[in-house]
Design a protein around this ligand. Structure first.
Ligand SMILES: Nc1nc2c(ncn2[C@@H]2O[C@H](COP(=O)(O)OP(=O)(O)OP(=O)(O)O)[C@@H](O)[C@H]2O)c(=O)[nH]1
Length: 223
């Protein structure tokens, strides 16, 4: 296959990210598209766009056009237009903020209204963000699962801060939209992998005449 063929895009998907202000939509998008995270909260006014190319099994080249919608857009006239033509909609909430979860009902009402005339609903994904703050969780797991089930949504937990499961979330959604099955090795490949040095304290306590201990490396995947 030539270089140009290799780079050609088979599918272009429009993915729209909605949910309350400060739930982490911009952080999630920039983590995914640019591998970055900013601690400072800067409200999105209107919309931001990002593009990321991925390859799915079967050598399917996909361009994901990610639309990051400002949380204040709910109730405004532009949201319908932003949603129009979406293949996938991510409904994001903050697991430490119960009202951001409750309000997803209102966001979903808009999604249903926009797509009821189009005949085909986009893929809808329920995304609980900020799992690095698990100790502050206020939205119970069973509430999340019930909401996803009742509304025909796929279910995801991520941390835009640590990057935990962010790639996996987008990869799964893109594959589901295109009817592509991800194999176990592919799923594992998109889990975030943390590399840590194991320090041998016993060896460290030995006299300085001894040769210094060699650090060992280990890999662990966060599920
Ligand atoms: N601990 C933690 N903080 C996060 C995470 N994701 C986002 N934040 C923080 O939450 C705040 C809001 O994040 P944003 O990404 O700006 O939220 P948003 O949903 O885009 O907000 P709007 O633009 O108002 O719609 C920022 O201070 C982020 O640093 C996460 O996974 N963990």
């Amino acid at each position: 296959m030539s270089d140009s063929e290799d780079e050609s895009i088979d599918k272009q998907l429009k993915i729209v990210i909605i949910g309350d202000g400060a739930s982490g939509k911009t952080s999630l998008t920039t983590r995914y598209a640019q591998e970055q995270f900013g601690k400072q909260y800067k409200q999105t006014v209107g919309i931001d766009f990002f593009l990321r190319r991925i390859v799915l099994p079967g050598n399917v080249n996909v361009a994901l056009q990610v639309w990051d919608i400002g949380g204040q857009t709910l109730g405004g006239g532009m949201l319908d237009k932003y949603l129009y033509g979406a293949h996938g909609v991510l409904l994001v909430y903050d697991i430490t903020n119960y009202s951001s979860f409750e309000n997803l009902e209102d966001w979903l009402v808009v999604v249903r209204r926009v797509f009821e005339n189009e005949g085909k609903m986009p893929h809808r994904a329920l995304v609980g963000n900020k799992v690095d703050l698990e100790h502050m969780r206020t939205v119970k797991l069973d509430k999340h699962q019930k909401f996803a089930q009742e509304n025909g949504m796929s279910s995801h937990f991520v941390s835009a801060k640590t990057g935990d499961s962010v790639n996996l979330c987008f990869q799964k959604i893109a594959a589901e939209i295109l009817g592509i099955t991800l194999t176990k090795p592919e799923l594992e490949q998109h889990q975030r992998v943390v590399k840590a040095d194991i320090i041998n304290y016993q060896a460290k306590e030995q006299t300085s005449k001894q040769p210094p201990p060699q650090p060992k490396s280990s890999l662990c995947a966060i599920q």
